[in-house]
Design a binder for this molecule. Structure first.
Ligand SMILES: Nc1ncnc2c1ncn2[C@@H]1O[C@H](COP(=O)(O)OP(=O)(O)OP(=O)(O)O)[C@@H](O)[C@H]1O
Length: 456
């Protein structure tokens, strides 16, 4: 019979019981650790993770109340609330069993035990806990992916020669586990390409987890990435897995990698190098198997020169490096993208087929597209909704000069001033949302909210 790669801890003051359980369990489980003194439990748990702990209920001679078992159960749960504990007692009764389960034990075994029954209980509890862990992980992934569910589509429009180069690299590198760095202006499709890498990789059937480092408060970076132990800080009410652990066996996409503060860059480097993380407030290292893809619209090479990005981290994440062309540099794709989104939004809003006149298309081709495909997508959506008749009309963003003149308009309306300032910042930073948000003194997330509000 195959031995399962799991560790089990048995705690009992009776040496014969320890020997007997060890001999029995060793035939089925790779590692069985025994302790005759419950005071050593926390040390043992610090050193390794156990899939199950078999715990005696009475340690002091003459003791039959089970109170000690309940005490140690509580201690174990305080160290790891997900620990699977099966209690052992010679004096079990139903009410004690119910109490033990209420206090977090997974099951109860009466001594003397029948080997078959003990093995079945251990196997069931381990299975149940694995299922619980899996569904906990899926729930956390589902919560994180809620925003993704609103993505209108997964298609990729790219026929231009500039994008061909990108696809050649993608085809060569997708099936390897090499780290990938995707560079490019905001809205050029970095996340779309990262997803494509995942879809074409050997991990395609596993999780793709995207984390926008631009929207996480810097005080929470570490716990978001590496997780935290219960009690690690005031709000840490329970153990929480970080994004590295949630993406285990899949792909982790760290967007806006340039936003990671220097102090965390070293920790990130260690995690990527060793594929091992330690949750905040935790003492145990956890191995993670992830494929790392990162992206940014910042110039990481300049940041290395300025000392705000670690060179060793850059060389670790850029094994494969792709720079996505700006939309203005792939004009062949503009008509295809406009057609695609016009069709998508016409169907979405049930507004009938829409077309673009040659004159309008010429204007669109000559336009600079500072916000790249994201801007095109929003413009087409707005145009589908607002254009009268079958032909689409567009309101293109005024040039920087017109924008500056507009900013000097004499108005006291705060909302107007806010909108103008936002438009000016976006134009000044050529659609780079991170830089514009920084200049405006707000987060990227709140800049996006304001852009939505003003229809920028
Ligand atoms: N090739 C493409 N075909 C169709 N739509 C695309 C393509 N590339 C990107 N898009 C769309 O453009 C929008 C912006 O793409 P994405 O979020 O991937 O850009 P980004 O470069 O990651 O932006 P940011 O730097 O702001 O995070 C998305 O709505 C995406 O669906």
């Amino acid at each position: 019979m195959a031995v399962i790669d799991k560790s089990i801890l048995v705690v009992d003051d009776n040496a014969e019981i320890l020997i007997a359980t060890k001999m029995l369990l060793k035939q089925h489980y790779k590692r069985v650790v025994t302790l005759d003194n419950p005071h050593n439990i926390s040390d043992a748990m610090e050193k390794e993770s156990f899939s199950l702990i078999l715990l005696d209920m009475n340690f002091t001679r003459e003791s039959t109340s089970g109170a000690e078992g309940f005490y140690w159960l509580k201690q174990i749960k305080a160290i790891d609330e997900d620990a699977v504990v099966v209690l052992f007692t010679a004096f079990g009764d139903m009410s004690m069993a119910v109490d033990a389960i209420k206090q977090g034990a997974s099951d109860f075994v009466l001594k003397p035990w029948q080997n078959e029954k003990l093995l079945a209980t251990v196997a069931n509890c381990i299975d149940l806990s694995a299922q619980r862990q899996k569904s906990k992980k899926l729930n956390q992934i589902a919560a994180l992916s809620l925003a993704d569910q609103n993505r209108p589509f997964e298609n990729l429009i790219a026929k231009s020669p500039a994008m061909e180069q990108v696809f050649t690299t993608l085809e060569k590198a997708a099936k390897t586990d090499a780290n990938v760095l995707i560079l490019g202006e905001s809205g050029t499709g970095k996340e779309v390409i990262a997803r494509e890498f995942h879809k074409q990789s050997l991990r395609a059937n596993d999780t793709f987890l995207s984390v926008d480092m631009g929207t996480i408060a810097s005080s929470l970076f570490e716990s978001e990435l590496f997780g935290h132990a219960k009690g690690a800080f005031t709000d840490a009410k329970e153990n929480k897995q970080g994004r590295f652990e949630l993406a285990d066996t899949g792909t982790l996409f760290l967007d806006e990698i340039g936003n990671i503060p220097l102090e965390l860059q070293g920790k990130l480097l260690t995690a990527i190098q060793n594929r091992v993380i330690t949750p905040v407030g935790g003492s145990k290292e956890i191995s993670v198997d992830i494929r790392l893809i990162t992206a940014t619209n910042m110039n990481l090479y300049d940041m290395v020169r300025e000392g705000s990005f670690r060179q060793d981290l850059l060389y670790r994440i850029n094994t494969v490096e792709i720079t996505l062309p700006a939309l203005r540099d792939r004009p062949q794709d503009i008509p295809l993208l406009i057609e695609f989104y016009a069709d998508l939004y016409s169907k979405k809003y049930k507004l009938g087929h829409k077309t673009v006149s040659d004159k309008t298309m010429a204007q669109l081709l000559a336009y600079d597209w500072p916000g790249n495909i994201r801007e095109l997508q929003h413009l087409v959506e707005r145009s589908v909704i607002l254009s009268d008749g079958e032909q689409l009309q567009f309101q293109l963003m005024p040039s920087q000069e017109t924008q500056s003149a507009a900013a000097q308009l004499d108005t006291y309306d705060l909302a107007d001033i806010e909108q103008m300032t936002i438009e000016r910042a976006i134009a000044d930073f050529k659609g780079n949302i991170s830089h514009a948000a920084k200049a405006l003194g707000i987060t990227r997330a709140s800049l996006y909210r304001k852009m939505e509000k003003y229809g920028v």
